[in-house]
Design a protein around this ligand. Structure first.
Ligand SMILES: NC(=O)c1ccc[n+]([C@@H]2O[C@H](COP(=O)([O-])OP(=O)(O)OC[C@H]3O[C@@H](n4cnc5c(N)ncnc54)[C@H](OP(=O)(O)O)[C@@H]3O)[C@@H](O)[C@H]2O)c1
Length: 320
């Protein structure tokens, strides 16, 4: 089969090549999916930079939409032929990918292209709002990376949970304008943050950024506020937070890791992903879709994402 192979020893976009590799065979509890669309996301930037390892033969891609073509031991034969989206730990940039049965989710009436939109960002945004940040009626919420996959969904879930105000932070006025279309009350730019927020305080802050932004986020929490940490877009430097300072204001710092959840509690991640697919099919949420590229466009897509130069919305690779 054709697959993208990533060679991290090579520099530039050339490190991605499309090659013939052996088609994977599903093991116990797995399904094989003929991939129609593979989603590009920030995890691909991390893999390219050597921050995340890829299993097996080095085929990237964490999310796929397609049709089940084979099942391993213990999986109902009746699943063959089912259209699914799958959350995987690599391998989606290929004509066939393996997925744990629990994380290959039927798409119902949605098209494969639409169902490919949420990817890992879907359950992540849902869990950040519902489980980690526990956004309640009347809460004020601050969302960093507001124009990204997680941010554009998180604002919609926060609104549905009854948030009184949702403020976003984005990289440029253009990104801010794009994010505003998903329901933010206002979106400020990273240059303006945090000064532009003045004395504003938030009950919930979603932070995939790290570094100085994380320190600023703690200072922006209202009494009893919750900071949900889920990425390090800007910095990996450790951030010091005093437990005593948190105690005085009743603050919480919480973390979310969907990749870990997929290994420890796949059914919980799947339940959130299913809710997102249901809301999408019912037209109650919207996912911004961006460019659609062939399989060999992956190097360019990841470079653009890393450089902040991707067109807004989710980039999909059309595989077959
Ligand atoms: N912990 C988890 O379970 C989990 C799951 C999914 C994603 N994540 C993390 O969530 C983050 C966002 O993922 P995504 O899928 O929403 O993103 P995405 O759609 O791939 O887009 C990238 C986002 O990152 C923002 N960004 C890039 N560099 C930045 C920087 N230096 N400072 C602040 N923002 C920056 C971009 O902002 P502009 O477009 O405005 O420039 C854009 O919103 C990533 O760190 C990803 O690893 C974590």
């Amino acid at each position: 089969m054709r697959a993208v192979v990533l060679d991290t020893a090579v520099d530039g976009d050339g490190r991605y090549r499309v090659d013939e590799v052996a088609e994977p065979v599903p093991g116990p509890g797995e399904v094989a999916i003929r991939v129609a669309y593979a989603g590009v996301q920030w995890g691909d930037v991390l893999v390219r930079g050597g921050h995340l390892p890829l299993p097996g033969p080095g085929v990237p891609g964490f999310e796929a939409a397609g049709r089940i073509v084979a099942v391993g031991e213990g999986v109902a034969r009746g699943r063959v032929g089912e259209e699914v989206v799958a959350l995987v730990d690599g391998g989606a940039c290929a004509e066939v990918v393996l997925a744990p049965e629990a994380l290959a989710l039927g798409i119902g009436p949605a098209s494969l292209r639409d169902a490919a939109g949420p990817g890992w960002a879907g359950p992540t945004a849902y869990d950040l709002v519902e489980e980690v940040g526990r956004v309640r009626e009347g809460d004020r919420v601050l969302v960093h990376a507001a124009a990204g996959g997680v941010g554009t969904l998180a604002v919609q879930f926060a609104r549905a949970a009854g948030a009184a105000e949702v403020v976003g932070v984005a990289g440029s006025p253009e990104r801010a304008a794009y994010a505003e279309g998903f329901g933010y009350d206002r979106v400020v730019t990273r240059d303006e943050f945090p000064a532009v927020l003045g004395d504003d305080r938030f009950d919930v802050v979603l932070d995939p950024v790290g570094g100085a932004t994380r320190t600023a986020n703690v200072a922006l929490l209202a009494p009893h506020g919750r900071l949900a940490v889920y990425g390090n877009l800007a910095a990996y430097d450790p951030v010091e937070i005093s437990a005593d300072d948190l105690l005085m204001q009743g603050l919480s710092v919480l973390a979310y890791n969907s990749a870990l959840l997929s290994r420890t509690h796949p059914a919980r991640l799947a339940a959130s992903a299913r809710r997102v697919l249901g809301l999408l099919a019912a037209g109650r949420i919207r996912v911004g879709l961006g460019s659609e590229l062939p399989l060999d466009g992956v190097g360019d897509a990841v470079s653009r994402l890393a450089a902040g130069a991707a067109s807004p919305g989710k980039t999909l690779l059309r595989v077959s």
